[in-house]
Structure formats: C-alpha cells, structure tokens
Design a protein around this ligand. Structure first.
Ligand code: NIG
Ligand code: FE
Length: 407
C-alpha cells in the first residue's frame, strides 16, 4: 500500500496522554495519521519504498503539533518599554488605567495598514510554526471599533488561507473599554452593531470577553456572551485573572468552550467549570512575564480527578500578545512544570490535546491516534520530556501539517 508519508524510527512517539511508544513510526496518508506503532511492525506493513516521502526520526521524539488555544497574535506597535516599567513595579492595571497596555496597541492597530497587519500576523505564524505550533487561536480586540474589528478578523482569515498553521478566529470586541467611552454604552454597541456584522462576515468561531477589574463586569460580559451565542459564536472568557469576579461561574452558565487565566478561581469555581464541561486554560507565560503568582493548575487536576473528568482536564496556551511576548509552547510547557508544578507529560498533554479541547475539537487534534489530523512536531531530542526540560532553546526541528512537511 502506498502512503504519503512515513515518519520512521523515532526514539519516542507521544501518541496521546496515555500512550507513548519507543522506537516507533507514524504513517500518514491524505492528511491523517493512518497508523502509529513499533517501527519494525510498521515497516513490515508500510515498506519505506511505498511511501511518497520519508522522514528519518532516528534519535528524535515525535509529538503532536501544539494547539495554542489562546493568543492575541495579531497586533501592531511595540510595547517593550512597558516591560521595563513593569520591572520597576508598575502593575498591568496601572498601565492600562493610564491609557497604556491594550489601549496603546489599539492605537497602533488603528493606524496600521491592512498590509502591515497581515505581514505582522504571518511573521508571528512563522515563529509559531518553527516552534511546533500547528493550530493557533487568534483573537481580534485591538480595534474596539466595528471596522477595525472586522479588518482584524479579515486579516486573520487571510493569514489562515496563506499559512500552513491553522488559525482559529475569535471575536473579542469586549477586550477593553475604549478610552473616553462608557462601558455600558460600548457593550450596547458590541451587542447591537458588532456581533451582527461579525456574524455576517462569517470568520469568527468564538466570542471572548475580558471579564475583570478594569475591564468588563460579569453582567456586561454575560450580555456579550449570550448575544454572541444567539448568533452561533461559542463563548470563551478571560476569567478570574486579576480579581475574583464570578467570571468562572458565568463561563459555566453560558457553556463556554474555555475559561482562561483562572488565577483567582475558588474550589466552587473549579467544580462549576467541570460540571459544565468548560475547559480551563492556563497561561503561565503571563504570570512569568508579569512576575505574579501562577494559577493553581495542580488543584484543578486534583478536582478533575475526584470528579472523574477525562484527561487532559486542562489546557495551557501561550497568550502571545504585547504583554506576554512569547510564541513558544515548549517554553509555556516549561513554565507549566516549574511554575504550576505539572508533571512534564501533563504539561505536554495540556499543550496539545488540552488545547484542542479548549477549541471544542474532538477529531483527534492534538494526538497522533489513528484518524487524527497529521499535525506533527519532530523534536531534536530523544524524548518528549526534553521539550519542557530543555528551555530557552527551540527543541522542535521538523514540523508536519496536514501530512505535509512545512518546516
Ligand atoms: O490575555 N487580558 C487581556 N488580554 C491579554 C493582554 C492583552 C494586552 O495586554 O495587550 C491577556 O493577557
Ligand atoms: Fe488573553
């Protein structure tokens, strides 16, 4: 039988969180994983000469491509000066309240041409791909104005067409209250004007809100998420990051795909999320960059275990944005281990199949099971654990997307 691609003799293949194989090969055809198994068995059934392309993975580990389920990867401008200000003791909220932070990026995005925005996003996608990310969620939310929000989504759609990385679009009109605007009036506009136009445009799959002190209240967030759901946009929510607001309970109420950040979530919040089937997404890079406490992912896993939630019960994501300028899911997995005390395999599961769950994908994305999309990262190290273990460098070399070698 001829196949498109044979990835052979890997020292380890991370099939999914429950299955790791040593000395194994992966067979790919028509964009999907056809078989994964011990190298000698695979070689017997799928001889090398019958594969249109072979990749020798000797001495290297093979893992599913990362699924980065939370980014603000489309932006313009430069906020590196805020990095220094934060190191001098300024908080994220202070910067935002002074009109910096998100507001500065909004200004830069409003001034940027479509071409610049597209170039910026394509450049970020190149970096993401080189670091093993094969699916990424990208939010709008630096327009805070109907036309610019639509432009951002349009650019996201074009980047998705033009780049091997799969880009999932999220509308985030409620990312910040525009300067000099009343929050309730802005929410009225998001609900009455933005959401119908975004739906008509047909790019966005998800609808996200920053529900926190200095951003939107639970009531305002509920309005945006419920209205979006009526248009078919699946809710997501930035929840319980800076102060505990009740945003996690809201996520449960509206059946969000994910609740993200969750630093301040209580035990009741965790239970409510799992009861409602909401995937908790942790963003350890944000904690690292802001030098704040990490979310208590280990406690979430303990509750998930008690409640019998299927593994992986959490996702981790990069949160790539000008406040957390980090593209590498490998580094996010390091931080998940060191900062959030996750065992390395749990961190890798959260970065792959966990991310798929946060995007409501149940087609095997984030695994190398039979029938899963053939999205693969080959790691220049003998085991997958080296991805979080060997930090500060890119351990990923070859990347395969939909069965094609793309990096
Ligand atoms: O997830 N919290 C809101 N959004 C981003 C930050 C965006 C920005 O600062 O530009 C986050 O951390
Ligand atoms: Fe975010």
């Amino acid at each position: 039988m001829t196949v498109d691609l044979l990835l052979h003799d890997a020292s380890e293949v991370l099939v999914d969180p429950d299955e790791q194989l040593e000395n194994a090969s992966v067979v790919v055809d028509d964009g999907e994983v056809v078989a994964t198994g011990p190298a000698t068995e695979i070689e017997r059934e799928y001889p090398r000469e019958n594969a249109s392309r072979t990749v020798d993975a000797s001495g290297r580990a093979v893992i599913p491509g990362f699924v980065d389920s939370h980014t603000h990867a489309l932006f313009a401008g430069d906020r590196s000066d805020e990095f220094a200000a934060k190191l001098r003791g300024k908080t994220y909220q202070e910067i935002l309240a002074e009109g910096g932070g998100i507001h500065r990026t909004v200004e830069a995005v409003r001034e940027a041409s479509r071409e610049t925005l597209l170039d910026n996003l394509l450049a970020e996608l190149d970096v993401l791909l080189a670091h093993g990310t094969t699916t990424v969620e990208v939010k709008s939310g630096y327009g805070l104005d109907l036309d610019i929000e639509l432009l951002m989504l349009d650019v996201i759609a074009e980047a998705d067409d033009r780049h091997p990385v799969d880009v999932v679009a999220t509308f985030m009109g409620a990312h910040a209250v525009p300067r000099q605007e009343d929050a309730d009036e802005y929410v009225d506009r998001v609900v009455d004007e933005f959401l119908p136009a975004v739906t008509e445009q047909g790019v966005a799959s998800f609808n996200d809100v920053f529900c926190d002190e200095g951003a939107f209240t639970v009531e305002q967030s509920r309005r945006v998420l419920e209205a979006g759901a009526e248009y078919g946009l699946t809710p997501k929510i930035h929840a319980e990051e800076l102060v505990r607001t009740g945003a996690a309970q809201l996520a449960a109420d509206v059946g969000a795909a994910s609740a993200d950040h969750l630093l301040m979530a209580t035990r009741e919040d965790v239970e409510a999320l799992y009861e409602a089937g909401v995937t908790p997404v942790f963003l350890p890079g944000t904690a690292f960059g802001l030098d704040t406490e990490y979310a208590h992912a280990d406690e979430f896993l303990a509750v998930a275990d008690e409640m019998g939630v299927d593994a992986p019960a959490i996702a981790i994501a990069s949160d790539l944005n000008p406040n957390c300028y980090a593209q590498s899911m490998g580094f996010a997995s390091t931080l998940a281990c060191v900062g959030m005390k996750l065992p390395p395999m749990d961190a890798l599961a959260a970065a792959t199949v966990g991310g798929a769950r946060a995007l409501n994908r149940s087609d095997g994305l984030g695994t190398l099971r039979e029938g899963a999309p053939a999205d693969v990262a080959v790691v220049d190290a003998p085991t997958a654990v080296h991805v979080p273990y060997n930090f500060g460098v890119n351990t990923v070399d070859t990347v395969i997307k939909g069965g094609r070698v793309v990096h």
